[in-house]
Design a protein around this ligand. Sequence first.
Ligand SMILES: Cc1cc2nc3c(=O)[nH]c(=O)nc-3n(C[C@H](O)[C@H](O)[C@H](O)COP(=O)(O)OP(=O)(O)OC[C@H]3O[C@@H](n4cnc5c(N)ncnc54)[C@H](O)[C@@H]3O)c2cc1C
Length: 371
Amino acid sequence: MDRIVIVGHSIAGVTCGDTLRRRGFDGDLTYVGAEDVPAYPRPSLSKAALHPDPVDIAPLPTFAVATEILGHRAVALEPEAVLLDDGRALPYDGLVIATGSRARRLTDSPREYTLRSLADAEALRARLLERPRVTVIGGGPLGMEVASGAVGLGCEVTLLNPGTPLARHLGPLLGGILASLAAEAGVRILDTVVGSVTETAEGMAVTLPSGEVLESDIVFTGIGDDPEVDWLSSSGLLVDGRLIVDTRQRVLGHPGIVAAGDVCWLDDPAGPRRSPVWTSALEQGRVAADGLLLGDDAPERDHPFYFWTDQWGVSLKVSGTPPREDVAPVVVKGSVDERSFVIHWPGHGAAAALDMRMPVPRLHKLAASRG
Ligand SMILES: Cc1cc2nc3c(=O)[nH]c(=O)nc-3n(C[C@H](O)[C@H](O)[C@H](O)COP(=O)(O)OP(=O)(O)OC[C@H]3O[C@@H](n4cnc5c(N)ncnc54)[C@H](O)[C@@H]3O)c2cc1C
């Protein structure tokens, strides 16, 4: 293999590139990245970037010697070349697809904000500094972090979510604690889905199924993301619109092509699933490099699920998937009532540390323990 093209210059792509070089790949390596900045820690966009004191988001450290084509999109894939938006064709023997995903929107209004890129974060921060009334749609990790940032910047925030925010992701205990912190910080939380969202002369109107209309200056939508696969639509790589990879990140049925990170669906006996979190994208980038170079001899993906969030002045780390039912955890340190603890759920493979220092490997070990 002499020429490898990596499409997507973020954590999955650059980890893959660095790993290829570490493993001794000495051919041509070319990155294509749609953003005009090099890879950066995307999770900071909803944390440090919305902090009252402006914080610079430094580029990720990378060491692979490579050609970087930034500020250009791949627009199509031919059997042996990636086509770019300026008409260039980049030939490849090996291809890494790491184009991530894009935020879902509900309208085309400029008063509806979403958050995926550095440019999105700059626009959102600038608007929040004007202290608009904000309706946040979606109480997942992103909606809650943006609500926290908006409150910190002095905004009045209403958050809409069916059920307890974050409970679907983190279970009722952790979701309940973070929702309480949000309410105590002054967020008005409404347990509801959204009927419709429209732009008005003054701002935005969100109509609820109950008929109630919520007026605000802006809406922030945090209702999930869709993989960036439009450029692959005529490539023959997609199965029902999905880019599915095996346990070595190889695109099923297409030798010489791997994919990593938020863009892909992981083949699984229970059906393809996504794992759109930072450490998973990093791990997938590593596995993809080996999958491309070593094929069947490459190690398989084997990474415990890890997620963290910073909001309402606390930091939460989670290993594994906390039970969705109301299962009492074992408290290892601290106190649940004081919202500062290390806990785990024996038999569920999950552990969490809230507002406590805890090295991630120890959290994984705790999650795996039975007693
Ligand atoms: C605001 C925010 C906060 C987050 N916070 C957390 C968190 O706290 N914890 C956590 O675990 N995870 C978090 N995540 C998720 C995490 O950031 C992602 O899982 C991770 O960034 C995925 O990495 P990736 O390399 O697969 O894709 P991305 O980081 O999305 O990068 C894909 C890159 O490819 C580029 N691209 C797209 N299409 C093309 C194209 N056609 N041609 C060329 N380039 C293209 C994109 O512009 C982008 O630069 C957060 C995500 C966001 C958006």
